[in-house]
Design a binder for this molecule. Structure first.
Ligand code: NAD
Ligand code: DAU
Length: 360
C-alpha cells in the first residue's frame, strides 16, 4: 500500500498550499481532514480532482471516533496539524470556537495519534511524526527595539486566538513528555500568498484596493509583523517532517519585518501598476483610512530563526517585494475564486468587524 500522511485543515490557506506543494514532489498519499468552515474551500484543491493521491474527508478534528477510523484505515506515517480557527479579530468577537477547535481539537488528535502510534511496529513507531503547526503569537508582543523571540522565550499570549494556540502547544509538549509521542512544533510568523481568505490584512487590502473601497488600517498602522511567503512556510514544514527532532519547537520566519502601513502602501502601488484605473480616481494610497484599533493589538512580532537554519538547513527563498508582487498577481488572475469566497457570510463579517470601527 502507498504511504500516506494525514493533514488537518488542508482546505484552508496554508494547508492548501502545503498539499499542492507536497504532491508536486511526492507519490505519498495525502488524507485531508477538514471541517470546511468559512475558511475551508474545497475549490482550492480542484486541480487535484481525480488524483488518487488526495482524499478529502469532510469532518471535525473534535470527532474522536472519526479520527480513530481515519488513522486505522489510512495508516499514516505522519500527521501535520493545521486545522484551527485562525483569525485574531474573530477570536475577539467570538472566542468559543477557538477554545473548541484549537484546544479541544488538538487534544483529540494528540490522543488518537498516541493510541495509533503506540500500536505501530517498532520501526514505524520510530519514524512517525506529529507536526503541530503553531504561531509566533504565543510569545506575545515585542517592543520596537527588543531582540526577536527565540524558542526559549516565555509564552505570553494576549489575544483569545493566541491563548488557544499557546494552550495547544502546551498539550502537544505534554503528549511528548508524558508518553513519548514524537511531536514537533513549528511557531511561524505571518504568512501571505495565494488562497488566503480575504479577512486577513494582505488579501483584504488587495481586494479593497481593486474595488476602490477604503483600506482600513487599525490605529496608527505602525504595528510590525514578519511576513513569510507561504511556499517558504511549506518548505520549512517539510524540513521539520524529515529532520526535526521530536520534542523540539522551531521558529519559522522571514526576518522581513514591515510596519502595516508600509505593507498597505506597497499593495496600493502594486495594484496601481498592475490594474491601473482612470487618472481622475487618483492613486490607491488615497483610499487608506485609519480606523479604531484592534483591542489589545500586539505591537510587534519578530522571530529568531537561527535554530531551524542551523539544525535543518532551512532558509526562506522569497523576498517580500517579490512575494507581494506574486500575491497581487494571483488575486488579479483569480476573479472566480474571489467571487466564490465573497459570500453573504463574508459580507456579514466585514459589516460586523468594520462597522464598529469608524475612522480614528
Ligand atoms: P485558515 O483559517 O485559512 O484554515 C483553517 C482550516 O482549518 C480551514 O480549512 C478550516 O475549514 C479548517 N478547520 C477549522 N476548524 C476545523 C475543525 N474543527 N476540524 C477540521 N478542520 C477545521 O488557516 P491558515 O491561515 O491556513 O492557518 C493554518 C494553521 O497555521 C493554523 O493552525 C494557524 O494557527 C497556523 N498559522 C497561521 C499563520 C498565518 O499567517 N496564516 C501563521 C502561523 C501559523
Ligand atoms: O503571526 C502569525 C499570525 O498571523 C497567525 O498565527 C494568524 O493565524 C494570522 O491571522 C496572523 O495574525 P495577525 O493578526 O497578525 O494577521 P492579520 O492579517 O489579521 O493582521 C495583520 C496586521 O494588520 C495586524 O497588525 C492587524 C492589522 N490589520 C488587519 C486587518 C484585517 C489592519 O490594520 N487592518 C485590517 O483590516
Amino acid at each position: 500500500m502507498r504511504a500516506a500522511i494525514l493533514i488537518t485543515g488542508g482546505a484552508g490557506f496554508i494547508g492548501t498550499n502545503f498539499i499542492l506543494n507536497w504532491l508536486q514532489a511526492s507519490p505519498c498519499k495525502v488524507v485531508n481532514l477538514d471541517l470546511l468552515t468559512y475558511a475551508g474551500n474545497p475549490a482550492n484543491l480542484a486541480s487535484l480532482r481525480g488524483d488518487p493521491r488526495h482524499i478529502l474527508i469532510h469532518g471535525d478534528i473534535c470527532d474522536a471516533a472519526l479520527v480513530r477510523s481515519i488513522l486505522a484505515e489510512h495508516r499514516p506515517k505522519a500527521i501535520v496539524h493545521f486545522a484551527a480557527e485562525s483569525h485574531v479579530d474573530r477570536s475577539i468577537h467570538a472566542p468559543g470556537s477557538f477554545l473548541r477547535t484549537n484546544v479541544e481539537g488538538a487534544c483529540v488528535l494528540l490522543e488518537q495519534a498516541r493510541i495509533y502510534w503506540s500500536c505501530l511496529e517498532p520501526s514505524s513507531r520510530l519514524d512517525f511524526r506529529f507536526v503541530h503547526i503553531s504561531t509566533d503569537e504565543v510569545y506575545g508582543s515585542l517592543a520596537p527595539h527588543h531582540p526577536p523571540f527565540t524558542e526559549a522565550s516565555p509564552y505570553a499570549p494576549t489575544s483569545p486566538y493566541a491563548a488557544s494556540k499557546a494552550a495547544a502547544d502546551h498539550f502537544a509538549r505534554a503528549w511528548h513528555h508524558t508518553w513519548g509521542l514524537p511531536v514537533v512544533i513549528t511557531n511561524c510568523s505571518n504568512n501571505y500568498g495565494p488562497f488566503q481568505f480575504p479577512e486577513k490584512l494582505i488579501p483584504l487590502m488587495i481586494l479593497n484596493a481593486l474595488q476602490g473601497k477604503p483600506l482600513p488600517v487599525y490605529g496608527d498602522g505602525l504595528q510590525v509583523r514578519d511576513w513569510l511567503y507561504v511556499d517558504d512556510h511549506c518548505s520549512a514544514i517539510r524540513a521539520v517532517l524529515s529532520h526535526g527532532r521530536p520534542g523540539e519547537a522551531y521558529n519559522v520566519g522571514a526576518r522581513s519585518e514591515r510596519a502595516n502601513i508600509d505593507v498597505v502602501a506597497a499593495i496600493c502601488d502594486l495594484v496601481d501598476e498592475m490594474a491601473p484605473r482612470a487618472a481622475a480616481a487618483g492613486p490607491r494610497r488615497k483610499l487608506i483610512a485609519h480606523v479604531n484599533d484592534r483591542p489589545g493589538h500586539d505591537r510587534r512580532y519578530a522571530l529568531d530563526t537561527s535554530k531551524i537554519v542551523r539544525e535543518l538547513g532551512w532558509k526562506p527563498s522569497v523576498a517580500f517585494e517579490d512575494g507581494l508582487r506574486k500575491t497581487v498577481r494571483w488575486y488579479l488572475d483569480h476573479p472566480a475564486w474571489i467571487e466564490n469566497v465573497c459570500t453573504g457570510a463574508y459580507r456579514e463579517w466585514l459589516e460586523q468587524n468594520y462597522a464598529a470601527r469608524p475612522d480614528a
